[in-house]
Design a protein around this ligand. Structure first.
Ligand code: ADP
Length: 398
């Protein structure tokens, strides 16, 4: 199963996108619908609301009169907190139940208008945001029958597009026609959601690609932050720290378009205990690799043991190295990019090596050969980085 979060500002076209995803085969869990279900007549939710707010929040049929309730909580933050304390746990429970009922091979789309505001992004394998410029959204809301002031106030009360960009693994631009947005949704479904779901379910990696160097992408750090948030959630208190490492963490350095991350744990037992939770979170274990090549400054192979997980997402290649706190491999993975960030000559030398090796392996999806070709330089480079750290008093919190 793949769990996708869907959001976007009011009038952006979330419901339009959700409908198209359902037409392609997704299972929709609509948070607005669930929020109404937990306070339907006859529910414990409605009984609790009446006990707290009085029976003048009911209409003549005994159903919840939303405007009447809204008026009571509008300018009273205690009342609002009480309302949320009654409804939120029930909505959460019902959401979990609906997701659990979905077929094991489903792409579940959770439509949450306030996903960004509530800080839910890390709960999903993928977050898709529907965006459209404010004037376009205003016009659509007015066409839908909203008063202009009301539309403006609702937009102003929500998160900003910048906040939405921070969590958006995919940004669907709905400033054009319905046909255009539907075509984007179809491509997302076909090229990313369907294979991502299969990969998560089968604990399988996306296809190997040849090691192609690309220009540095300013989005890499933000993409890394999103993945780190998911890993943090899956690893819980077994995570000592999680870092963006490797070439994509060095500003301005061309690199393979693969985000490297390091999850630091206290022991290899902890690493093994995380194999399943990380797999479920979309980072299946690559069982055949159990360590890095030892280097001369720390020859003990125990110092280089690790576990490696790869992101199952065919749209965002990422490697997750799980290493033990204080081991040589854990430390050098932090030192190496820090040294490259600090030392321009080292950076230029490393880039020259990468260009050469990637040209030699341009059509070779076997990364082992690419990695092996870099090893001789690494032997010297990592030692230099190691000594640089000692000399400068660098510490991993830097
Ligand atoms: P949301 O669920 O994000 O509030 P909707 O999907 O309900 O947004 O879209 C808001 C309004 O705009 C609806 O009336 C919808 O039919 C219309 N709409 C959505 N996308 C487009 C589009 N690309 N072109 C024109 N109208 C659109």
């Amino acid at each position: 199963m793949l769990l996708m979060g869907l959001s976007g500002g009011i009038g952006s076209g979330k419901s339009t996108v959700a409908r198209r995803l359902v037409a392609r085969g997704a299972v929709l869990v609509d948070s607005d619908v669930l929020a109404r279900e937990v306070v339907r007549p006859g529910t414990p939710g409605l009984t609790e609301l009446v006990e707290r707010f009085g029976d003048d929040i009911l209409d003549s049929d005994g159903a919840l009169n939303r405007p009447a309730l809204a008026a009571k909580v509008f300018s009273d933050s205690d009342a609002r907190a009480d309302l949320n304390a009654i409804t939120h746990p029930k909505i959460r429970e019902l959401t979990a139940a609906r997701i659990a009922q979905a077929p094991t091979d489903a792409v579940v789309v959770h439509d949450v208008p306030l996903l960004v505001e509530a800080g839910y992004a890390a709960n999903y394998h993928l977050v898709v945001i529907v965006g459209a410029p404010e004037p376009v959204r205003m016009r659509r809301l007015i066409d839908r029958g909203l008063a202009e002031d009301d539309a403006r106030a609702r937009i102003a009360a929500q998160a900003t597009d910048e906040q939405r960009r921070e969590v958006a693994d995919v940004w669907l631009d709905n400033s054009g026609s319905v046909e255009e947005i539907n075509a984007q949704v179809d491509a997302l479904w076909q090229d990313r959601l369907v294979p991502f779901e299969e990969n998560v379910r089968l604990r399988r990696r996306p296809p190997k690609r040849a090691p192609l160097l690309v220009e540095p992408d300013p989005e890499w750090p933000r993409q890394a932050r999103r993945l780190i948030a998911r890993i943090e959630r899956a690893a819980g208190d077994k995570a000592v720290r999680i870092d963006h490492i490797g070439s994509t963490s060095v500003p301005g350095l061309p690199a393979k378009d693969v985000i490297d991350l390091q999850l630091t744990v206290r022991s290899l037992d902890d690493a093994d205990a995380l194999a399943e939770p990380l797999g479920e979170a979309g980072f299946p274990l690559l069982p055949e690799i159990r360590g890095d090549t030892p280097h001369s400054f720390a020859p003990d192979p125990m110092q280089w043991k690790k576990r490696i997980h790869l992101s199952a997402d065919p749209g965002r290649y990422a490697n997750l190295h799980v290493r033990v706190d204080g081991s040589a491999s854990q430390r050098v993975a932090l030192v190496f990019p820090a040294w490259l960030r600090a030392d321009e000559t080292a950076r230029a030398e490393y880039l020259a090596l990468k260009r050469k090796v990637s040209a030699e392996h341009a059509n070779d999806p076997n990364h082992d050969a690419y990695a092996a070709a870099k090893e001789p330089w690494f032997e010297t480079g990592l030692r230099k980085a190691w000594h640089w750290a000692d000399r400068t008093g660098w510490s991993p919190s830097d």
